[in-house]
Each structure stands twice: as structure tokens, then as C-alpha cells.
Write a protein that binds this ligand. Structure first.
Ligand SMILES: CC(=O)N[C@H]1[C@@H](OP(=O)(O)OP(=O)(O)OC[C@H]2O[C@@H](n3ccc(=O)[nH]c3=O)[C@H](O)[C@@H]2O)O[C@H](CO)[C@@H](O)[C@@H]1O
Ligand SMILES: C=C(OP(=O)(O)O)C(=O)O
Length: 509
């Protein structure tokens, strides 16, 4: 194993040297060593210290240590520090992935502004790139330009990337207009227990799409003689299923009515984007969407997805557990209103700025200042509902907040089979979270947080909740393997550090 690492490191050094256009002798001179030593290092025949790797990196002006980027990322958190100042909320993972899938509807160029640089977006970009879509980051890496090819090459799909995200299921809606038969790998995502895809199949059947699930793959067949004859009634008010139905309806020749539609934030962003593509959508923000499809879409469009309410909730929870005064800017308030109402009842001292519009011109934003408060447990249980209810992805943050509050809070996640279970990880940091059954936890507060070292739970929001508790705990904690956090948050450690946290990133090589 050790030998294997030496060979890999050696190859990386050789590549960096050749990229610089240097000979082994030139590198040896820069390091004050011999050409034969460099030769041994590059062939993996020489034990090499971290200090030497750092010197080589410096000499070659190349982050050789980035070789470790292939290994898991961990966080070392020095907790017990208060946060201060202000921080901006980034655009949402869930809208960004939906919009990336939606670009498959458009023959023209799509520019998406301020797209979150997160792993979930990277996976979809890898999948799009593998099937022939040209994507590139522009404007110093803040915006994305996407140009689909005339023909997609689905055979070449990067199935490994596709399987790491559930969002790839939103290829079904656009693809059914482009081909009669195709294959897609099973969708992945957070490990939250079984997550059904049946509602997607039921909705898309109205457009002639029949799916057979084989070993790890969906085989899709489209019968062009089938079209929606009446309103499509979704069997679940799910976000991605609503988006898939919208994507299918967008290029359908005629008017499609979708009932029991989710009106959540990512769905609204998708509707606004479809309008840019020339697809009229009536009822945005309600549970009945009427879509006036356009058979051929070829427009150069520019769209700015809105800010992430779940990131806003995460930052708010960070302020609460660390007892800090913090201003969270660009909060999409419409999608955090119920959470704020509950927190207000619990005694949260906060102030809201006047509203202003997000870059999409539609979503209402505020700046929210949160102050240290004596919180009381809520009288009623915390439970999610489809929008305009308390957002399911915000529920885990209430566990950390409840742990900081005086009294007992019941949290009921009726939706996911596994997510509440991960909240008991907080007990390792001093919380008192009792699992009543797979969907319900009872949290007793307040908590005297203590530091700990642990693996990330395999679910995004519970993982962030654990990180926040580590920030509250005096001493040094370690959170291992944070890929799952990077799925949904851009540079979270760095950004939290900018407001006073002390979180160090380290990696295995
Ligand atoms: C990429 C994306 O946008 N992901 C979001 C989307 O995932 P997505 O739309 O994929 O959510 P799922 O389809 O997995 O639905 C979540 C769970 O809720 C259940 N369910 C849903 C609706 C309903 O009316 N009844 C019901 O029982 C489903 O069976 C499932 O167990 O919505 C989830 C629920 O808001 C969020 O956690 C995810 O962050
Ligand atoms: C459950 C989530 O995401 P996904 O649907 O991408 O797994 C989430 O964002 O918390």
C-alpha cells in the first residue's frame, strides 16, 4: 500500500514537472538535490517526507499536495468560539441541479449565474459532459455556460457520477423528447432510507414514457402516440417529481395541467427558468401548474437561480448553537417564514431588513440578524410539511436548536426512514437525543456540548448539524469524511471561518 502511494505521488510530481517544462535536473537544482534523487522520487523508489512534497510543490508552483484531494476530506474544529459579522447565502443546490437538467430542453446556450460550486453540481456536470454537453465556468468561476450538442451520446454516460446523485432522475423529463429508447442508471443521493421513484414513473407515463428497472439501470421507452388527456395528478407532492413533470410538459405540444404539484423554492426557480425559455407556466407558487409547452426550444438564455433557504437555516442554526450575533444576508424569506415563526415562539431575538429581490427578479430576500437568546422548547412538535410548511430539509437543524433550548422538544420526521436516526449522533457531543422510533426523536436541552471525533453521518443535513454542534463544543473535534457536506455547501469551512469559526480542512492522501 505504502509503495503504491509512493508511485502515485511520484507520478504526480513527474506530471507537474513536465507541465512546468522542467527537466529532472532543473527540479533537482531548485530543491538542492541530485537528478538521481528526483528520478527515484518520480519512480516511487524513494521515501518522501511531507516537507519534501511541500518544497517540490513550491518549486513547481503546483499544489502537489492536491494529490490528497482524491482522498476523503476531514474537518478539525476548534469549538466554543462565537461567530460575528455577516455572511451571504449561496444559491441552492436543489434549484441548480434542476436547472442543469432543464438545460437539456434547450438547443441554445444557457448561462446560469452564481451557481453553487458544490459536489452535487459537479456530479451533474460530469454526467452532462460525458454525454456531449459543453459546460464551462466563466466570470472567474462564478457563472456556468451550458451548450448541448445536436445529438446526445447517452452510451458514453459517466454512470459512476450519475449514481452518486438522485438528481439525475430529472433527465427523464427532457430526454423523453429527444429519444425513443434510452437507459439511465439508478438515482442515488443521501442515504435517507428508501426513496421512491414510482411517482416519477406515474407522472411521466402520461407522456408515453414506460420504464423497466433492470439491474441498476432504468430502461426507458417512449410511445409517441400517448399524450396527457387530462390533468396529471401527482401521487406525492414531491419536489423532483413536480420538476420532472414540468420538464416533460415544457416541450409537449399542448397545454399540460399538473395537480398536487410542489410549490417549493426549487420548483419556482425552475418555473421562472422555463418562462425564460418561452414556456408559459401558470400557477407558480400554487399546487396546480398549467404549462404551455413549446415543441422546439432554441434560445440563448441567462438565468440567476435563487438563494438556498436550507443554507440560510443552517447559518441561522450556527448562530443559535454558538450563541452568536450574526447577520445572514440574502435569506429567501418566503421559504423560511414558518421556521422563523416557530423560532420566534421559542424566544429567538432577531431582526429582519426590508425585503429586496433576488437576481431572478422574483424571489424575495431579506438580511436577517440573529442575536444570542434564551430559547425555550416549543410546545408543539416540530414536523415538516410540503411548502408552505416547515421545510423537511430544515427539520434536522431544529435538533441542534432544540438541544440549545430549555426543555423537551419532539421532532417528527414522518418523511424519511433514516434521517431522524442520525440525529442521535449529537449524543456523542453531549446532547440528549432519544430515538422514540425511526421517525421521532425527543431532544432535552439545554446541552453542555463536548468535543468528539466521529465519522460524518451519510446524510447531508444531519452531517451539518453535527458540524454545528462541534462548533459549539469547547475543545477540538474531528469530523471525518465530509463529502456529504460538500454535496450541498460551497466552501462551508472557509466561509464559517470568515465569521469567526476555527475549522481546519485536512485530507488523507
Ligand atoms: C434535489 C432535490 O430537490 N432534493 C429534494 C427533494 O428530493 P426528492 O423530490 O427526490 O424527494 P423524494 O421524492 O425522495 O421525497 C422525499 C420523501 O418524502 C416522501 N413524500 C414526499 C412528498 C409527499 O407528498 N409525500 C411523501 O411521502 C417520499 O416518499 C420520500 O420518502 O425533496 C426532498 C423533500 O422535500 C428534499 O429533502 C430534497 O432535498
Ligand atoms: C436530501 C437532500 O438532498 P438530495 O435529494 O440531493 O439527496 C437534502 O438536500 O437534504
Amino acid at each position: 500500500m505504502a509503495d503504491d502511494y509512493l508511485v502515485r505521488i511520484g507520478r504526480l510530481i513527474r506530471d507537474a514537472r513536465q507541465h512546468r517544462g522542467w527537466t529532472q535536473t532543473q527540479l533537482a537544482d531548485a530543491l538542492g538535490t541530485s537528478q538521481s534523487a528526483v528520478n527515484r522520487i518520480e519512480r516511487g523508489n524513494q521515501n518522501i517526507s511531507l516537507e519534501m512534497i511541500a518544497r517540490i510543490g513550491e518549486a513547481l508552483d503546483s499544489e502537489i499536495i492536491s494529490l490528497g484531494y482524491a482522498g476523503p476530506m476531514h474537518l478539525r474544529v476548534v469549538g466554543g468560539r462565537q461567530l460575528s459579522g455577516s455572511i451571504d447565502v449561496k444559491t441552492s443546490k436543489n434549484a441548480c441541479v434542476a436547472l442543469l437538467c432543464a438545460t437539456l430542453l434547450n438547443a441554445g446556450k444557457t448561462t446560469l449565474r452564481r451557481v453553487a460550486r458544490i459536489e452535487e453540481v459537479y456530479r451533474i456536470l460530469e454526467v452532462l459532459g460525458s454525454i456531449g454537453v459543453r459546460t464551462r465556468w466563466i466570470n472567474n468561476g462564478s457563472d456556468l455556460e451550458i451548450v448541448p450538442p445536436a445529438e446526445l451520446n447517452l452510451e458514453a454516460m459517466d454512470t459512476e457520477a450519475a449514481r452518486r446523485t438522485r438528481s439525475v432522475i430529472m433527465f427523464l423529463g427532457p430526454l423523453l423528447h429527444r429519444m425513443d429508447h434510452f437507459k439511465l442508471p439508478y438515482a442515488g443521493g443521501c442515504d435517507l432510507g428508501t426513496r421512491t421513484v414510482t411517482p416519477h414513473m406515474t407522472a411521466l407515463r402520461h407522456f408515453g414514457l414506460e420504464i423497466t428497472a433492470t439491474d441498476g439501470t432504468y430502461l426507458a421507452e417512449v410511445d409517441r402516440s400517448v399524450e396527457p388527456k387530462r390533468a396529471i395528478v401527482l401521487t406525492e407532492r414531491g419536489d423532483t417529481v413536480t420538476e420532472n413533470a414540468l420538464l416533460a410538459a415544457a416541450r409537449h405540444d399542448g397545454v399540460t395541467v399538473i395537480r398536487n404539484a410542489s410549490s417549493n423554492y426549487m420548483v419556482q426557480d425552475l418555473c421562472f427558468f422555463l418562462e425564460e425559455l418561452g414556456v408559459k407556466v401558470e400557477g407558480v407558487g400554487t399546487t396546480t401548474l398549467t404549462v404551455h409547452g413549446v415543441t422546439h426550444i432554441d434560445r440563448d438564455v441567462d438565468y440567476a437561480p435563487s438563494e438556498d433557504p436550507v443554507e440560510a437555516m443552517s447559518l441561522l442554526a450556527a448562530a443559535v448553537v454558538t450563541e452568536s450575533e450574526l447577520t445572514i444576508r440574502r435569506v429567501p424569506v418566503e421559504f423560511l417564514e414558518i421556521e422563523l415563526a416557530v423560532l420566534e415562539e421559542m424566544g429567538l431575538d432577531h431582526e429582519r431588513s426590508t425585503e429586496y429581490a433576488a437576481d431572478n427578479g422574483r424571489t424575495r430576500l431579506i438580511d436577517l440578524t440573529v442575536r444570542p437568546s434564551k430559547l425555550q422548547a416549543p410546545i408543539d412538535k416540530i414536523h415538516p410539511m410540503p411548502f408552505p410548511g416547515l421545510n423537511i430539509d430544515n427539520v434536522p437543524f431544529f435538533a441542534a436548536i432544540a438541544a440549545s433550548a430549555q426543555g423537551q422538544t419532539l421532532i417528527h420526521d414522518w418523511v424519511y426512514d433514516n434521517r431522524a436516526i442520525y440525529l442521535t449522533d449529537l449524543n456523542r457531543l453531549g446532547a440528549q437525543v432519544k430515538l422514540l422510533d425511526p421517525h421521532r426523536v425527543l431532544v432535552d436541552g439545554p446541552t453542555r456540548w463536548r468535543s468528539s471525533e466521529m465519522m460524518c453521518p451519510p446524510a447531508l443535513r444531519p452531517a451539518v448539524v453535527v458540524l454545528l454542534a462541534m462548533m459549539a463544543a469547547e475543545g477540538t473535534s474531528v469530523l471525518r469524511n465530509v463529502y456529504v457536506i460538500n454535496r450541498g455547501y460551497e466552501d462551508l469551512a472557509e466561509r464559517l471561518n470568515s465569521i469567526g469559526a476555527q475549522i481546519e480542512i485536512f485530507r488523507d492522501i
